[in-house]
Structure formats: structure tokens, C-alpha cells
Ligand binder design. Structure first.
Ligand code: UD1
Ligand code: MG
Length: 451
């Protein structure tokens, strides 16, 4: 099987009007990953697997997303939306170049799995010219119906063209198809547009294949796997299916989810051994959680690395670039962004740590803040190992706190503090003038070209 080469053509030229969004439909996320990314990840990959994407005009962002995941993707533009077969032929150049198997998938069907693509290719290996992915729809309205004669697939009838009897059929077309690559162009070229909508329907390939004296096969899958997304409500349904899958996979891998239905995972979340996640936790994209870590309730975590035996939350927020070492503790109402916390650092309560590097075993007191932003620029804070930052201290960046330094509570630190030093700096000054001048000064700096 794997010896056969493939070309997967992903159709995504639809406008997705029913999403009522300025974002192209296939860029909407499910489990923090675009619909398109899900389809591309499931599509065959490897040296003998090519990929083509058909997009609408003005959808450069869709092309960018495809290339991010599959740098080898060939992009084709379908200028007029004349139907699914017309869309596949927008990629004619790639199709004509030939592959053993031509797979057609839809960009708005994110729950499809790699195994299903593999199953769909099996009949081709046994001599069929076409294999269609089918499913039993709870409500078949709107789907193309698979018309069978015994075991033989004889036609697919679109809703608009179906008779009353045909509308009763619940075996439906998922939209995903596999063609014998050598015959694909001649089959596709025969498809016409004599139907209710005057569109070139890919589904007509079935009757054409039969007329050519060739075989069309059906491979069945579950409805959940082929849900197409057309509306925000369907997007939410797909999210629910995907979350259920991700939670199950996490638990199968040994993660303890105390109340799985309350935990949101991303498609790319990675876990070590013996991780525990308490109820009501949101994990966005790019999160990895190492062995033995515990995430307490109501934590929100995005693009963050969590070290072994670290403890996060409850009510913690880890933003992009938070990198926490072993046994780090981040407690309630703490926000961490673009910062590295070495082994054993504790930030237990009500703190903001942004653009900082904190050495091993440092202790950051309640209410401590890295003042990383002056209104225009971000600045860095460095805190040495075993340093102690007293409660309610403001570290005005750029600033360095030495190893084992001790900052008295309520300090406003504007100058570097050497190793082992003690700094207690509470301004008694009451100077309420000059704010506007100070702001203007920073603004002037902001306007100077960067060197
Ligand atoms: C299609 C199938 C139907 C099937 C259903 C499953 C056809 C004719 N009908 O219907 O049998 O049950 O999917 O969801 O194939 N697209 C283009 N260019 C076009 C037209 C469509 O790129 O000119 C893309 C869309 O972006 C979408 C996919 O093709 O990704 C399917 O198009 P859509 O209009 O949603 O087809 P359905 O009416 O749902
Ligand atoms: Mg559709």
C-alpha cells in the first residue's frame, strides 16, 4: 500500500458565507488548530505523497497556512466557483502529472483521520477506479445520497436532484474520494454540468466510471469523522467531537483528567507521565507538560513549556513564551509571559512576570511585578538564583537583580542590585508633576528610527 504514490487535492475555494466571518472558513480553529491544518495533518505524507490545495481568489492567508504545514503544497486558484469537479480540475496541472492514487478531500472536514485516507485507497489497490467515502447520516438532508445495487455503488445523487425515494437513503457521500490516478483526468474531463445548479459535480464521477465499465467502491466511516463545517454551530459541534477525542487520547496515554469534559486541549498538546489536570483548565496551542506536573483548576495556558513536577494554579495564566523548569510553582492570580523560570522558582500569588529570566530557587513574593513596558518598548528583567523579591515590589525593567539578593517588600527597583545585596527602596517622594513631559520624552524616542 505505502508503495503507491499519491496526490491529495484539498478543496477550499468555497467562500464560507454561512460562517459570517471575515476569516476564511478553513482558517477557523478547532482545538486551537485551523480546519485546514487538521485536514493536511491527516492527508498522506512522505516522499511519495504530493499535496495540492485549491483556494479562492484573495485567499493568500489560506495558502500561507497550507505552506506552513506542508511547504511542498502546490497552490491553485479557482477563479469561478463552478462546482467540486471544476475545483479539482483547477489543479489539473498537478493531477495530470500523475500519481497512483488521486485523493480529493474538503478543507472544511477537520475530523477526518489518516487511517480513513488509507482505507479509502485500499479498493484502488484491488483494481477499483474510484472509491467514495460514505457514512450513515442521522439526518441526510443536504448530502449526496449513495445509490447502491447490492454491493455496487451505481450513482451519487445530490439533494437538489434526488427523487422522493432517493431522499429516503441515509447512506451519504462524505465528499472524500480516491481515484485511480492514471484514469483520473479522463474521468474528470467527462463530468458535465447538466443538473439543477449547473455545477460540475464531482459525484458524477461514479456514473462515468460505471459507464467506462470500471468499478466504484464505497468505504464507510462514522458521521463524526466527516462532519463538514458550514456554520459557527457546526464549528462548535466539531470542537466537541475533537475535544472528546483529545481527552480520551490523553487519558489513554496516562494523563489524569479529573473532569475531562471541563478540560480543553489543543491538537498539539503534549504530556509526560503522571500529569494531573484538575477541572476547568484551558490549554491553547503549543503547550507541553512534563512528567508529574499538576495543573490546578481555572488555569489558562498558551504556548508554554511546563517542567517536571511543576505546579500551576489554581487561576494561573501562562502566556506565550512562558518556560517553567522542574518543580516551579506558579500560584493563584499569577501571569507569566515570555519568561524563563529555572528549577524550583516560586511565584505563588498575585504576580506579573513578563520578559524575565529568573534563576533557580528564587522566590517572588505576592504582588511583585516586572514593569516591562514603558508605554512603547518592552524591557527585560533578570533575577538571579535564590534571590528573594519581597511582596509588592516593582522591578522597573531593564533591571538585574543579583544572585541571592534580597529585595525588601514594597520596593521600587530602578537600578541593578548586585549579588548578595539587600535593597529596600521605597520612594517617599510625592512628585505629581511632569507626567506628560515624561510621556512625550518616551514618545520622541519611539519615533526615532531603530538603529
Ligand atoms: C458536497 C458533495 C455532497 C456531499 C457533501 C458532504 C458534491 C457535488 N457534493 O456537497 O455529495 O454529501 O459535500 O459534505 O461534491 N468547493 C470548491 N469549489 C467549488 C465548489 C466547492 O473549492 O466550486 C469546495 C468547498 O470549499 C468545500 C467542498 O468543495 O470545501 C465542498 O463544497 P460544498 O459546496 O460544501 O459541497 P456540498 O454542497 O456540501
Ligand atoms: Mg459542504
Amino acid at each position: 500500500m505505502s508503495a503507491r504514490s499519491s496526490l491529495t487535492v484539498v478543496l477550499a475555494a468555497g467562500e464560507g458565507k454561512r460562517m459570517r466571518s471575515s476569516l476564511p472558513k478553513v482558517l477557523h480553529p478547532v482545538a486551537s488548530q485551523s480546519l485546514l491544518a487538521h485536514v493536511l495533518h491527516a492527508s498522506p505524507s512522505g516522499p511519495a505523497a504530493r499535496l495540492a490545495l485549491v483556494i479562492g481568489p484573495d485567499h493568500a492567508a489560506v495558502a500561507d497556512e497550507a505552506r506552513r504545514i506542508r511547504p511542498d503544497a502546490e497552490i491553485f486558484i479557482q477563479r469561478q466557483r463552478l462546482g467540486t469537479a471544476h475545483a479539482v480540475l483547477a489543479a489539473r496541472e498537478a493531477v495530470a502529472r500523475g500519481a497512483d492514487d488521486l485523493l480529493v478531500a474538503f478543507g472544511d472536514t477537520p475530523l477526518i483521520s489518516a487511517e480513513t485516507f488509507a482505507r479509502l485507497r485500499e479498493p484502488l489497490n484491488k483494481g477499483a477506479a474510484l472509491a467514495v467515502l460514505g457514512f450513515r447520516a442521522v439526518d441526510p438532508t443536504g448530502y449526496g445520497r449513495l445509490l447502491m445495487q447490492g454491493e455496487q455503488l451505481v450513482a451519487i445523487r445530490e439533494q437538489a436532484d434526488a427523487s422522493e425515494a432517493e431522499k429516503e437513503v441515509t447512506l451519504c457521500n462524505a465528499g472524500v474520494m480516491a481515484f485511480d490516478g492514471k484514469k483520473a483526468v479522463s474521468i474528470l474531463d467527462r463530468i458535465g454540468n447538466a443538473n439543477g445548479k449547473s455545477e460540475y459535480y464531482l459525484v458524477d464521477a461514479v456514473e462515468i466510471v460505471r459507464d467506462m465499465g470500471l468499478e466504484a467502491a464505497v468505504i464507510e466511516t462514522s458521521e463524526d469523522e466527516v462532519r463538514g463545517i458550514n456554520t459557527k454551530a457546526q464549528l462548535a459541534e466539531a470542537e466537541a467531537v475533537m475535544q472528546a477525542r483529545l481527552r480520551k487520547a490523553a487519558m489513554d496515554a496516562g494523563v489524569t483528567l479529573i473532569a475531562p469534559e471541563t478540560i480543553y486541549l489543543a491538537a498539539d498538546t503534549t504530556f509526560g507521565k503522571d500529569v494531573t489536570i484538575e477541572p476547568f483548565v484551558f490549554l491553547g496551542p503549543g503547550v507541553s507538560i512534563a512528567d508529574g506536573a499538576v495543573i490546578h483548576s481555572f488555569s489558562h495556558i498558551v504556548q508554554a513549556v511546563i517542567g517536571k513536577k511543576a505546579e500551576i494554579g489554581p487561576f494561573a495564566r501562562l502566556r506565550p513564551g512562558a518556560s517553567l523548569g522542574e518543580r516551579v510553582k506558579v500560584g493563584n492570580f499569577v501571569e507569566i509571559k515570555a519568561s524563563t523560570l529555572e528549577t524550583g522558582v516560586k511565584v505563588n500569588h498575585l504576580a506579573y512576570i513578563g520578559d524575565a529570566e529568573i534563576g533557580a530557587s528564587a522566590n517572588i513574593g505576592a504582588g511583585a511585578i516586572t514593569c516591562n513596558y514603558d508605554g512603547f518598548f518592552k524591557h527585560k528583567t533578570t533575577i538571579g538564583k535564590e534571590a528573594f523579591v519581597g511582596t509588592n515590589s516593582s522591578l522597573v525593567a531593564p533591571v538585574k537583580i543579583g544572585d541571592r539578593a534580597y529585595i525588601g517588600s514594597g520596593s521600587v527597583i530602578t537600578k541593578d542590585v548586585p549579588d548578595d545585596a539587600m535593597a529596600i527602596e521605597r520612594s517617599q517622594q510625592s512628585n505629581r508633576e511632569g507626567g506628560a513631559a515624561r510621556y512625550r520624552e518616551i514618545k520622541t524616542r519611539a519615533k526615532k528610527p531603530k538603529t
